[in-house]
Design a protein around this ligand. Structure first.
Ligand SMILES: Nc1ncnc2c1ncn2[C@@H]1O[C@H](COP(=O)(O)OP(=O)(O)OP(=O)(O)O)[C@@H](O)[C@H]1O
Ligand SMILES: [Mg+2]
Length: 474
């Protein structure tokens, strides 16, 4: 048998329509196999059957099913043993979905750590089964697309990920304006990706051989900002003990990125307007004009038009800057990008340099898909990054997601808990879990530090982590 490092579908296989994907159903219970065969064939999948672990091991190398549904408990070998045997033969198990009656038991967790894709619990919810399977194929396709787009255009896909029509509009705008030298205004909520768009714009522009100089206009008071932007002559003000080159000069033949332009002081706005009109300025304390050739890209999360109405932003400057406007849509309006972004961030934020990217359970992904992301892509990135730490590089479950931990603690609705029949122990356990997660986050996943924060010892903390099913290590 030819050993394969990873179970990558062959070219022809990946091009096969979903309808002909082949699924192996392994269960010693003939009634369950029958039900699943009927269900899956009804959906247009091809099916194979195995009634024991040894049959699975025989069939898989020969028939190479696209997906495996394996009962965790079969008389001759359990699911864990099967996973281990397959791995020992260099057959990837990333296409295995386990069927278990026990939910997140330690065996299921172990199976996930061995690399299984997901698990479904018995008795089956038919919709759930089909959903999980469909999702698997969708995500496999996404991963392939990501690989392909990486191969085709490495830099582009590393900066910006997303395939929704909303993001395609952004790409189109970038493409359209990249070759011109028109000023560009990028608007969008915090964390939506304005700076990333500016970087991409620079990369694709005729100024890409020159520098990309970034200035955050909220960072300094107006007087210092003026010399930061335009430079100053020695002795032009107290403390100016030598001549200084400003950002505009540094950006000559390149792009200057004026971030948070909505916060620019009015006095500076006048000076900026002149640069935009005449492409020249003077250093502070000098009368000599300096000519620059720069592409100006500005960004803001403010409604600049409203700022114009209230007199905080010059109207003439606004019109100059907003020759071309690129709107970066908030993440909640393009949630279909979330799976792709998650893949991207899992690649980007490894648990350690040597580890493979962490993986995420279906349940956790669902949580990410239903959340509203007020902090947009940055919040998603942080959430994934922290989950990788909490999961210690293993499989990310919903318990590792902490985007709204604080809120959950704050609004734990006690009346609702009573209505739901939750016991005192239930509520205490839920609160305990959140509190432990918080401590782990704050200590970057270091358990000793977290134990200290919690006023307990490492043994107690590890015991509690195990109780909450968070004892996974890689
Ligand atoms: N489409 C994307 N694909 C991959 N990463 C992205 C994408 N959009 C944003 N990011 C990442 O999210 C983070 C925030 O993005 P960025 O700094 O561009 O946002 P911003 O709109 O400038 O935020 P702010 O308003 O807070 O300045 C960065 O780490 C960036 O790399
Ligand atoms: Mg920014």
């Amino acid at each position: 048998m030819v050993a394969r490092a990873e179970r990558q579908p062959r070219e022809t296989e990946s091009d096969r329509p979903i309808a002909t994907k082949r699924i192996l159903i392994a269960d010693d219970d003939a009634a369950i196999r029958g039900t699943l065969v009927e269900l899956l064939q009804g959906e247009g999948y091809d099916t194979l059957e195995a009634k024991s672990g040894s049959e699975v091991l025989r069939i898989v190398p020969v028939d190479e099913p696209d997906l495996l549904l394996i009962d965790l408990r079969m008389p001759d070998q359990d699911g864990i043993q099967i996973l281990k045997r397959l791995s020992a033969q260099d057959i990837g198990v990333g296409n295995v979905i386990l069927m278990t009656a026990y939910g997140t038991s330690s065996t299921t967790i172990e199976a996930m750590h061995l690399g299984a894709y997901d698990y479904i619990t018995k008795p089956f919810d038919v919709d759930r089964v089909l959903f999980t399977i469909r999702r698997y194929f969708e995500r496999q396709q996404l991963a392939q697309e990501l690989v392909r787009s990486k191969q085709e255009n490495k830099t582009l896909s590393e900066r910006i990920v997303g395939n929704t029509p909303q993001m395609q509009d952004v790409y189109k705008m970038i493409g359209k304006v990249a070759a011109s030298d028109a000023n560009v205004l990028i608007i969008g909520e915090t964390g939506a990706g304005k700076e990333s768009v500016a970087e991409m714009l620079h990369e694709y522009s005729s100024y890409s051989k020159g520098p990309l100089v970034k200035v955050n206009l909220t960072a300094l008071p107006a007087t210092l900002m003026e010399s930061e932007l335009f430079g100053h002559e020695k002795g032009s003000f107290t403390g100016a003990d030598r001549q200084r080159i400003g950002r505009f000069e540094m950006a000559h033949k390149g792009t200057i990125f004026l971030d948070e332009i909505g916060d620019m002081a009015l006095t500076l706005q006048a000076k900026l307007l002149r640069v935009l009109q005449e492409r020249e300025f003077e250093r502070v304390g000098s009368s000599q004009s300096i000519k620059v050739d720069v592409r100006v890209v500005a960004a803001t999360n403010k409604d600049l038009r409203a700022e114009v109405e209230t007199g905080r932003f010059r109207e003439d400057l606004y019109h100059r800057l907003a020759v071309i406007t690129i709107h970066v849509p908030p993440l909640r309006e393009r949630k279909d990008d979330i799976p792709l972004l998650v893949e991207h961030f899992l690649q980007k934020h490894r648990f350690s340099d040597a580890s493979a990217p962490a993986r995420i359970s279906e349940e956790a992904l669902q949580r990410l898909l239903t959340y509203d992301w007020p902090g947009n892509v940055r919040e998603l990135e942080h959430t994934v990054e922290r989950a990788v730490v909490l999961a210690q590089g293993g499989v990310i479950t919903a318990d590792h997601l902490a985007m709204d931990v604080d809120r959950e603690i704050a609004i734990i609705d006690l009346n609702q808990q009573l209505t739901d029949g939750k016991t005192l122990d239930d509520v205490l356990a839920a609160t305990e879990l959140r509190y432990i997660q918080r401590a782990l986050l704050r200590s970057d996943g270091n358990r000793h530090a977290a134990a200290k924060l919690l006023g307990t010892d490492i043994a107690t903390l590890e015991k509690k982590l195990a109780e909450h099913g968070l004892d996974g290590r890689v």
